[in-house]
Design a protein around this ligand. Structure first.
Ligand SMILES: CC(=O)N[C@H]1[C@@H](OP(=O)(O)OP(=O)(O)OC[C@H]2O[C@@H](n3ccc(=O)[nH]c3=O)[C@H](O)[C@@H]2O)O[C@H](CO)[C@@H](O)[C@@H]1O[C@H](C)C(=O)N[C@@H](C)C(=O)N[C@H](CCC(=O)O)C(=O)O
Ligand SMILES: Nc1ncnc2c1ncn2[C@@H]1O[C@H](COP(=O)(O)OP(=O)(O)OP(=O)(O)O)[C@@H](O)[C@H]1O
Ligand SMILES: N[C@H](CCC[C@H](N)C(=O)O)C(=O)O
Ligand SMILES: [Mg+2]
Length: 522
């Protein structure tokens, strides 16, 4: 897992100044000069405040001695860690809930970066990554120097690193934002996961815009129920965003609306589209906004959910001062998101798509976009062959629903493995298959294939000219996690290889070509 970067030359903050920020009056046990902060003992640098947090598995206080050995000068912890800090001889700030104050403390240590950056935060079950890339494209076209923090990667000006998380811990997040400032960035778009909102990862962040895409089924391994999951998402809208933009096609979105909320949907609200025209893989529409805004807009992705994402992107850009026409042009210029509706670059008679849909609603949306059943009517394509599995050690309740959505949206469903992690892959497949078998209205042929590579080969073997192969669930991932080990595996490479073997220039019987897609960056 990569470490997030730290800013250089951070001026020292006296520990008592950090203590004074906390609502509970905290007298540090001694003085210290703090130049950084981390929650992970193995990432301590000299001068750091080590946040010894209670976790689901351990207490960070177990590692205070290690942190001190690595150069930590003080500790932020709860009553459970206070004694160990004293034993180690480190001054401590002791509060009831250190996670709740972590962001505010980290922000101060790194010079409160969000006072000088326009931060756009996107939350929701699906569409965060896709929308963030559309916004980043719009910011760039508007001439801004941008940052992007999300599932696929973290880009801070000219520095790009893989992301360890969708939303970094507050310690890493404020460090990233400070690095962004160092690199001349003036606007950052970031994904805000429900884990982040529950675990205080965006504490201390002032958002210029907070956007809400939708709420569907996910993460019920972490949240008690859907209401708890919604409550987590809703925390982004508790007053920390200057502008709130919400999708009112979504029933949970409607619950977030209050005076001043900017709304969008596919049919009404402050922002809505008209004249949506399908252009093969892309779409064109007119984006309507407040004060009679009506601009030519587009999105280089299929599916009505992509139009919704584009509206959220355009309205967010306008909220941070981008001219509506520039915003619409910038969003239309986005050439895709790694692993989201990404076309494999192999010319041939079969369209190969790799997508990150790993939730029931996303599976339905993606397949609807590919099979022309999302209101566009058929477009003469052949069958949709869907390869799908579900991740191990994650929400089990979504597995049958993903299987059902696949059976309703595809002509052939090949149920296989995603990241089994520590679970038995056959058991996971059985849960996905059970939903696929029970799907009302589903008429797909169902096939079970153990092993993702074999499943991809099966899909390619079954494909006839004009068919679409959709590999769902792993998107941009470059590894497959099996039994605690991560093995190199990239759906895009695997599908490209299999298609080339069957349909490439040296293979017999290559039929009419589908245009090679833009694909987008990796
Ligand atoms: C469920 C969850 O989010 N757990 C997070 C939580 O872990 P935890 O409470 O189990 O921590 P723990 O292992 O008990 O350790 C307690 C404390 O001791 C520290 N520690 C532990 C061991 C050690 O050697 N040294 C050390 O300092 C840990 O950093 C931690 O602060 O706190 C840890 C850091 O404090 C996080 O790294 C960890 O994220 C784990 C790795 C994770 O996988 N999270 C995923 C599920 C996640 O956050 N996903 C979301 C959403 C993804 C999406 O749908 O887009 C995301 O934003 O990425
Ligand atoms: N607004 C949307 N509604 C439903 N599905 C969507 C939407 N936008 C994108 N999708 C589909 O869902 C998949 C996940 O989208 P994306 O990665 O943008 O979401 P995310 O919220 O960042 O998800 P994650 O939390 O897994 O990172 C995509 O591969 C895409 O096909
Ligand atoms: N951020 C998501 C990614 C899931 C991707 C899918 N490939 C899986 O392994 O379930 C999670 O950790 O739940
Ligand atoms: Mg994401």
């Amino acid at each position: 897992m990569p470490g997030y970067p730290r800013p250089r030359n951070v001026p020292a903050t006296p520990l008592d100044q950090l203590g004074a920020l906390l609502s509970e009056p905290v007298e540090p046990s001694a003085t210290a000069a703090v130049t950084g902060i981390t929650h992970a003992s193995d990432e301590v640098r000299p001068g750091d405040l080590y946040a010894a947090l209670p976790g689901a598995r351990r207490h960070g206080a177990e590692f205070i001695a290690d942190a001190k050995a690595a150069g930590a000068v003080a500790v932020l912890t709860d009553a459970g860690g206070a004694d160990r800090a004293a034993v180690a001889g480190l001054p401590a700030l002791v509060v009831a809930d250190p996670r709740a104050v972590l962001g505010v403390v980290a922000s101060r240590i790194y010079g409160d970066p969000t006072n000088r950056l326009a931060v756009i935060g996107i939350t929701g079950t699906a569409g965060k990554t896709s929308t963030a890339y559309l916004i980043e494209s719009g910011l760039r076209v508007a001439g801004r120097t941008t940052g992007l923090i999300g599932t696929v990667e973290t880009r801070l000006g000219d520095l790009t690193i893989d992301s360890a998380r969708t939303t970094p811990e507050a310690t890493d997040l404020h460090a990233c934002l400070a690095v962004a400032l160092e690199r001349g960035v003036d606007a950052v778009v970031m994904e805000v996961s429900s884990h982040a909102l529950t675990l205080g990862r965006v504490g201390g962040v002032r958002f210029a815009v907070g956007g809400f895409t939708n709420l569907g089924l996910d993460h019920l391994d972490f949240h008690a129920d859907v209401e708890d999951y919604f409550a987590a998402k809703a925390r982004l809208f508790d007053g920390r965003c200057a502008v709130e933009i919400v999708n009112i096609d979504d029933e949970y979105g409607r619950r977030l609306v209050r005076p001043g909320t900017v709304t969008y949907s596919l049919s009404q609200g402050d922002w809505y589209p008209s004249e949506i025209t399908d252009l093969g893989f892309a779409q064109r529409f007119v984006a309507h906004g407040p004060d009679e805004i009506a601009v030519e807009a587009g999105v280089a992705l299929p599916g009505r959910h992509s139009v919704a994402n584009a509206l959220l992107a355009i309205s967010s850009l306008v909220a941070v001062g981008v001219d509506p026409e520039v915003a619409a042009a910038g969003v239309a210029a986005c050439q895709g998101t790694p692993g989201r509706m990404e076309r494999v670059q192999v010319p041939g008679p079969v369209l190969g798509i790799v997508d990150y849909a790993h939730k029931p609603d996303s599976v339905a949306q993606v397949l609807a976009a590919l099979n022309g059943r999302d209101g566009r009517g058929g477009d003469g394509r052949g069958r949709v062959i869907c390869v799908i599995g579900a991740g191990g050690d994650r929400d089990r309740s979504k597995r049958p629903l993903m299987g059902a959505a696949a059976a309703r949206g595809a002509d052939v469903v090949i149920v296989t493995d995603d990241n089994p992690r520590t679970e038995d892959p056959a058991m996971i497949r059985a849960e996905v298959l059970a939903g696929a078998c029970d799907a009302t209205g589903g008429s797909a042929a169902l096939i079970e294939v153990a092993g993702r590579r074999a499943a991809i080969a099966e899909a390619v073997g079954l494909a006839a000219p004009g068919d679409v192969i959709a590999l769902l669930g792993k998107g941009h991932e470059r590894g497959q996690e099996v039994g605690g080990e991560v093995y190199p595996f990239d759906d895009r490479d695997e599908l490209a290889k299999a298609l080339a073997v069957r349909f490439g220039p040296t293979a017999a019987g290559t039929a009419d070509q589908v245009p090679a897609g833009t694909g987008g960056p990796r």
